[in-house]
Write a protein that binds this ligand. Structure first.
Ligand code: 4GP
Length: 841
């Protein structure tokens, strides 16, 4: 149905078009209006929460107007769009980001002050949108910021979980998980009750033949669940472009509940159907770098993928173009293998519903998709049992078998008489039970496959995907090194540093072209500049110290060296190496005479991060950190020389406090295991140095900032396999310093040794898979170098300033431009900047 307003009535529309607030007065007016009407409150009961709500609604109104215009612009331009499919978007808070990207934070600050509020307190009221686990989800959020800021026509597609990643509480040193119900009040989404898609599950496949004798498959029966769209506007920085993140929520189809059951008195089961449908989008799976193969997870994946593709195809069909032009209009990026069923779903739509021939359809499919791999850890590579897919998605399983058949036929032609390669690359693993290898399906169904840092992209080509490089040739495989958005991770998290840089480089252009940071290096010897630099770092440390006191109850001295490791708790990330190192430091201090001790550098070691609820070893690590903190922090001999803090419930908004306050941060994964890392980039960008292994993006950070400005240690990726082999088949001698640490734990220095036995035996008796002992000596020595370097504050500041000035490469803008050019083949849309200099029209 045509929904346009007829020409004669458009004048009235134009006259009354909403425009959002223009100045401080307008802003205040909007805030008061929202308090009084939307929230139905008054100045006599307006608390900070209400002020946050009203302020957010005022900004949301502005955003949605720009959002509308952006969508119109993109529709008129009719150019190619990219769709970023990600099961995780770790967005964090939206208000501060919206104000800064629109360029109206100062106005809001003074407007809120007029109304009796401090902007910092108002911002603090917002609940993080935590629809992700860690790096993969936060990368997706940075990408959305860059796509909008660079004016690319782009949509994100994800799931609207009712519960995001759990809230972590530390009780008696143990992690306890509490549900994160974040939707109580969320002004940043627009429910689109008119945008719904019916999603089918289960059932069976019927075959029929058409007039020409061609066989057609019909997927029939089963159950239907409704997908409802919720749209989240994503503002670009200094541009009117406001893109869309569409999140799907599940709902029972066909009414609220089954009236027949209800009328026959079976009220409970009539509501149960509804609840079962709503369960699909209820909860984010809390695993990082791990797949667990749960049926509900597969249901989530298909639900989200099918709804998104329906939407994308619907939009394409409106253009009335022939199908072969689909890949010229649509690029779809698979963020890891989670959305791989999209490959199968698009093929199904084209052959079953649109009547295309297999080859023609497959050609369209493979030219549409790109696949990004985020990990080489075997436990994270997704596989689904054939039986489960058969049950849930019977037609899709047939198509997967056909894709595999045709693929293996081409491999056979390429490598005649090589049965082994067929077995190795088959999408179906001939195990008991048979499994579908999702990464292989994603590779076969995409035109480009990329890793997320140079080392990682090389590793996937030489290890897990080696055969596919032989089959498809090396050009299909590429690297796009990750990046971060400097808007959130410098301007928002560290406003004073951003302002200082702007004052020296002639404005905030570095926020849209981060390579401009290189001008900062010209001031490395400027006394006043250095002084202010140091003051900002100190102030950031004071702020973190205050947070530590409030949340962990530990008093720390902001003049100490702040040593930070915040990220998901994982054996491969080696928080155990860190805490063993801390114990070593403690033992060393205890053995010193009081005079000797006085010469030592005071240090605060800060940990933060969540463990997957079922990850027993990770939880043990958290427990040990807290147990060590308990002893060390209360030891009178030690005082300020060493404090050990575990910060509860690490998330995006806490990272914004922690990152700017770090002196040294730890990125110490076993070489070859961390695909990239992105927090390493955030820390350096904020004037902190790194201690790290030659892994992931650490290597490229070193290349950019220079090896004098980073503390590298440990074995290299190329030696890891041999070392592991020697642990198993040779004799594994534990590093003597590490042995002393184990001894202390086993003597019960930090409580019952049984509580930590698993961490010790993993290293001593079970092959030390993560090379904790092999790297221990080098780790300890390198920390000694850190201490020494930090004593020379002048040198240290020089290192920090130099490093920041060389971080331009790590902007997610660079990264998105590479995807756009090399993988998506899309262009930005030209957008006129507003004349008021805010970037907003
Ligand atoms: C992460 C990787 O572990 C991390 O190295 C990388 O920086 C990030 O993706 C973004 O590419 N992987 C995951 C995961 O979070 O769940 O596999």
């Amino acid at each position: 149905v045509e929904a346009s307003i007829p020409e004669p009535q458009r004048e009235a529309w134009t006259k009354h078009q909403a425009s959002g607030f223009k100045d401080k007065d307008g802003f205040e007016q909007e805030v008061v209006r929202h308090v009084e009407t939307t929230l139905a409150r008054s100045m006599f009961n307006c608390d900070e929460q209400a002020a946050y709500a009203a302020c957010s609604l005022a900004f949301r109104d502005r955003l949605v107007l720009e959002w509308n215009r952006t969508q119109q612009r993109q529709t008129f331009a009719d150019s190619k769009r990219v769709y970023y499919l990600s099961l995780e978007f770790l967005m964090g808070r939206a208000l501060d980001n919206a104000m800064l990207n629109i360029g109206q934070k100062d106005l809001a600050k003074s407007g809120l002050a007029d109304l009796g509020f401090r902007i910092e307190d108002v911002i603090e009221q917002e609940h993080d949108a935590a629809l992700g686990n860690g790096g993969l989800g936060r990368l997706a959020a940075c990408f959305l910021d860059s796509l909008a800021s660079l004016n690319y026509p782009a949509w994100g597609y994800g799931l609207r979980y009712r519960y995001g990643i759990f809230k972590q509480e530390i009780i008696d040193g143990y992690q306890v998980e509490v549900p994160d119900y974040w939707l109580d009040f969320n002004p940043w989404e627009f429910p689109r009750h008119d945008v719904t898609v019916d999603i089918q599950f289960y059932g069976h496949v019927q075959k029929s033949t058409d007039a020409s004798g061609k066989s057609i498959a019909h997927w029939e029966g089963g159950e239907v669940v409704k997908a409802v769209a919720y749209d989240v506007p994503i503002p670009g920085y200094a541009t009117p472009s406001t893109n869309n993140l569409r999140l799907w929520s599940s709902k029972a189809s066909g009414g609220e509940f089954d009236f027949q059951k209800f009328n026959s008195g079976d009220y409970e089961s009539s509501v149960a159907d509804q609840q079962r449908a709503e369960t699909i989008s209820a909860v984010l799976y809390p695993n990082d770098n791990l797949e667990r193969g749960k049926e509900l997870r597969l249901k989530q994946q298909y639900f989200w993928v099918a709804a998104s593709l329906y939407d994308i195809v619907r939009r394409f069909k409106k253009s009335k173009r022939p199908w072969r032009e689909f890949p010229e209009q649509v690029a779809i990026q698979l963020n890891d293998t989670h959305p791989t069923l999209a490959v199968v779903e698009l093929q199904r739509i084209l052959i079953d519903l649109e009547g295309l021939e297999w080859d023609e359809a497959w050609n369209i499919v493979t030219n549409t998709f790109g696949y990004t791999n985020h990990t080489v850890l075997p436990e994270a590579l997704e596989k689904w049992s054939v039986g489960l897919i058969q049950h849930l998605l019977p037609r899709h399983l047939q198509i997967i078998y056909d894709i595999n058949l045709f693929f293996l036929q081409t491999v056979e032609r390429q490598f005649p008489n090589d049965r082994e390669i067929l077995r190795r690359v088959s999408i179906i693993e001939e195990s008991q039970p048979k499994m579908v290898r999702m990464a292989f399906l994603a590779i076969v169904g995409s035109h480009k496959v990329n890793g997320v840092a140079e080392l990682h992209s090389d590793l996937i080509k030489t290890t897990i995907f080696k055969d596919f490089v032989e089959i498809f040739g090396p050009d299909k495989f590429t690297n796009v090194t990750n990046g971060i958005t400097p808007r959130r991770w410098l301007h928002q998290a560290n406003p004073r540093l951003s302002d200082l840089i702007a004052s020296k480089t002639g404005g905030y252009d570095f926020l849209t072209d981060l390579t401009k940071l290189n001008q900062v290096e010209n001031f490395v010897n400027d006394k006043a500049f250095r002084k202010e630099w140091a003051e900002i770092k100190y102030a950031n440390k004071v702020r973190l110290a205050k947070h530590i006191k409030e949340s962990a109850g530990v008093e720390v001295n902001p003049s100490s060296l702040f040593d930070v490791q915040v990220k998901r708790i994982h054996e491969y990330k080696r928080q155990q190496l860190n805490i063993f190192g801390v114990i070593h430091r403690y033992l060393t201090l205890k053995n010193m005479s009081p005079e000797e001790r006085k010469k030592q550098l005071p240090r605060v070691t800060i940990f933060g991060g969540k463990a997957a609820p079922g990850y027993w070893m990770a939880k043990q690590i958290i427990h040990l950190v807290n147990a060590v903190g308990n002893v060390v922090n209360n030891d009178k001999d030690i005082g300020d020389l060493l404090k050990v803090v575990f910060l509860e419930d690490y998330n995006v908004s806490k990272a914004e406090i922690i990152v700017p306050a770090s002196d040294i941060s730890e990125h110490i994964s076993t070489a070859g295991t961390e695909a990239s890392g992105t927090s390493n980039m955030k820390f350096v960008l904020n004037g902190g140095l790194i201690i790290g292994t030659c892994d992931g993006a650490n290597i490229e950070i070193t290349r950019e900032i220079g090896e004098n400005n980073i503390f590298l240690f440990g074995n290299l990726a190329e030696d890891v396999e041999d070392l592991r082999h020697s642990h198993t088949y040779g004799s594994h001698n534990i590093d003597p310093d590490l042995a002393k640490v184990f001894e202390a734990i086993e003597k019960g220095m930090f409580g019952s040794q049984q509580d930590f036995a698993g961490m010790i035996t993993a290293v001593r008796d079970h092959g030390d898979y993560y090379l904790v002992s092999d790297d221990f000596h080098s780790y300890i020595e390198t920390h000694a170098l850190v201490d020494e370097a930090y004593r020379n504050q002048e040198e240290w500041i020089t290192k920090c300033i130099t490093s920041v000035s060389r971080m331009g490469f790590f902007s997610s803008d660079r990264c998105i431009n590479e995807y756009a050019e090399e993988i998506w083949n899309i262009e930005p849309l030209r957008v006129e900047k507003a004349s008021d200099g805010t970037g907003k029209g």
